[in-house]
Design a protein around this ligand. Structure first.
Ligand code: UDP
Length: 330
């Protein structure tokens, strides 16, 4: 199979490209490098630098490569930024996907696996969250991802495109080789920020709110290893290749940890006391997000391998301690 990975220089995209190549698949990567890193591009992938909003660029890729399926990670993904600059998210996430789909339809490429998010649900009605639960995003990022899902649906109705949308919960950890890991600029995610403390890059970790209705008052999230996410993308491509119908799956561990529990696990892993300070709540943070991933397990045969939080944080620490400044290229 030849798989086009859009956004394959980013965090989850690069890990998926590594897993595909490890399984012997042929991989083409497209990335604008606006938020991705050249060093994260697997050396065996054929790489095209460009923006999916550029129709002639994306047409050229489909003309030069014989693509069997697309995995689409090319989107902006910072919740806070999406609230300050919502139109950037509409432009990159929605306009980019529109141009991509036009080009896919024109080139008769009819399979796409798409990186969606738990943010499509907003404040959950209940946990664990099922795929059929209400979707009512509380931020622009989640809203654009939900609109992208709907864009795939209506493109299927009109043009027969098949899609799988994967709604991730909290992606974390790093590749076992230590070659690639999580690097965002600015960094906003909990685990990399915690690990900046033992790395000497920050004095203390801020805990955003300790007055939630949870066991220790801090927010509960479902942390899932990036390699397990990568495996789910590959299973989703195989699912579409077998001629199955379009579908939506949650991807999480099904277990929730509080912010304090994550900090405690990081203290054990790093052997560092990691100072923590209580701050006010961060706007738009739901108290508790936990996935039901039963559907992905039964329908795709997905089996997450990383089930221990300390092992997950250990893999992240293996990357961060050796790359305290992330990738070097920018
Ligand atoms: N969080 C925190 N301090 C930080 C960053 C995050 O307390 O410096 C909390 C945040 O409020 C949320 C959880 O950690 O409850 C996970 O946040 P992250 O941004 O990693 O992922 P999100 O759940 O927002 O996608």
């Amino acid at each position: 199979m030849t798989i086009l990975v859009l956004g394959g220089a980013g965090y989850i995209g690069s890990h998926t490209a590594y897993e595909l190549i490890e399984r012997g698949e042929d991989v083409v990567i497209v990335d604008s490098l606006e938020t991705g890193y050249l060093e994260a591009v697997h050396p065996k992938a054929r790489f095209y630098q460009g923006d999916i909003r550029d129709r002639s660029f994306i047409d050229r890729v489909f003309e030069q490569e014989k693509i069997d399926a697309v995995i689409h990670f090319a989107a902006n993904s910072l919740v806070g930024e999406s609230m300050v600059n919502p139109l950037k998210y509409y432009d990159n996430n929605l306009c980019g996907t529109k141009v991509l789909l036009e080009s896919m339809v024109a080139h008769k490429i009819d399979k796409i696996v798409f990186s969606s998010t738990a943010a499509t649900y907003g404040e959950p009605e209940r946990v664990p969250i099922l795929e059929t639960d209400r979707t009512c995003p509380t931020n622009t990022y989640g809203e654009t991802k939900l609109s992208m899902e709907k864009m795939f649906h209506w493109t299927e109705v009109a043009h027969g495109l098949k899609y799988v949308s994967l709604r991730y919960f909290n992606a974390c950890g790093a590749h076992k080789s230590g070659a690639i890991g999580e690097a965002h600029n600015p960094e906003t995610h909990l685990i990399p920020l915690i690990l900046q403390v033992p790395n000497g890059k920050r004095e203390a970790i801020s805990i955003y709110g300790d007055d939630y209705d949870t066991k220790d008052g801090t927010c509960v999230r479902d942390y899932i290893h990036v390699t397990d996410l990568a495996q789910a993308h590959i299973l989703a491509v195989e699912y579409l290749m077998k001629g199955n119908e379009s579908n939506i799956f949650n991807l999480g561990s099904g277990v929730g940890f509080t912010v304090m529990e994550v900090i405690e696990a990081a203290r054990k892993v790093t052997g560092h006391p990691i100072k923590a300070e209580i701050h006010p709540r961060r706007a738009g943070d739901p108290a508790k997000l936990i996935a039901s991933s039963e559907k992905a397990k039964t329908t795709l045969g997905w089996k997450p391998e990383y089930t221990d939080l300390e092992v997950i944080i250990g893999s992240a620490w293996n990357w961060h301690k050796n790359h305290p400044n992330g990738y070097q290229s920018k």
